[in-house]
Design a protein. Structure first.
Length: 303
């Protein structure tokens, strides 16, 4: 099922490439968090792939962390890949041109939420990883831009008598964990952080989204420009519903972080049910009660 027009995603990134340094604050913040997580992993990853590299910001933030000796940077946009420099290529996350077991590490910063076939893309990433290689990625989650969604929906109903798709559907933490397991990764861990950015005007938020390449690319989006009256109404509703005492408005971004490993026989595995050698009751220094029996409401406690 196609949700996004990938040609439009590419066009948005091509347009944003020359000005991303001035508007890519969200990418910078997410990249810093990914780089910090990589620092916490006490391993070396000589050959790494930055999947959806944008203009190369994550590569600059890494600065040799993780023992990376060779970093391949890849983006859907030719213009972004050129801006990234170094060893780079333009390629689609949905059709990776990577040989099996090519990389010790695959990173991705705020790119995978624009992929139609996310299970397929994750499966390709897993195949591109060497055994016991690390996948570390972030993408926008379901709590992202909730304020903007609400304001635009109410304004469009009031001004135009109906709704149109405007903000992308995002995965949640549970979805991401299930997709990692489905793709065949080992030891998956998923968590999320919330980043709230304060704006003086809702239109400035929309401007930043456009110039960081995050504008609407839904396949079923409206093909004509939004009426000025609708935008003005949405801005007023945004301030009324979410503005603070100083008239500023918040924009919430949920950043989901995924950590998983390429399967390898050396990795720890869960024990088979019934194979434990120590009773939990002994470890807790408590009395074991067989199933179906009730505990004594006034038990004797010896000191």
């Amino acid at each position: 099922m196609e949700v996004f027009n990938r040609r439009v995603v590419r066009a948005h990134r091509d347009r944003a490439a020359p000005v991303l340094d001035d508007h890519g604050f969200l990418l910078d913040e997410a990249g810093e968090r990914l780089a910090d997580r990589l620092t916490d992993v006490k391993r070396r990853f000589p050959v790494a792939l930055d999947l959806g590299c944008h203009a190369g910001g994550l590569g600059r933030l890494l600065d040799g962390r993780g023992g990376i000796e060779t970093l391949v940077q890849c983006d859907l946009s030719v213009q972004m890949a050129r801006r990234a420099g170094g060893l780079c290529l333009a390629a689609d996350e949905e059709a990776l041109p990577c040989a099996e077991s090519s990389f010790d590490l695959v990173l991705s910063c705020l790119s995978l939420h624009w992929v139609n076939d996310l299970p397929g893309a994750l499966s390709q990433v897993r195949r591109a990883l060497k055994p016991d290689g690390l996948f570390l990625a972030s993408m926008l989650g379901g709590g992202t831009l909730g304020e903007l969604r609400a304001a635009l929906a109410e304004a469009e109903v009031a001004c135009e008598g109906g709704l149109s798709p405007r903000v992308s559907p995002f995965a949640d933490v549970r979805d991401a964990g299930a997709l990692l397991q489905r793709a065949g990764f080992a030891l998956p861990v998923v968590d999320s952080d919330t980043l709230t950015v304060s704006y003086a005007e809702p239109l400035k938020l929309m401007h930043d989204l456009r110039l960081m390449g995050e504008a609407n690319a839904l396949l079923e989006r409206r093909k004509n420009f939004t009426r000025r009256a609708t935008l003005m109404d949405a801005g007023g509703r945004y301030r009324d519903m979410f503005g603070d005492d100083e008239g500023r408005i918040p924009a919430t971004f949920q950043i989901i972080t995924m950590t998983a490993w390429g399967p390898d026989p050396s990795q720890p595995k869960a024990l088979a049910p019934g194979s434990a050698r120590t009773r939990l009751a002994d470890a807790l220094d408590s009395k074991e009660i067989p199933a179906g029996e009730k505990a004594d409401p006034n038990p004797r406690r010896d000191r």
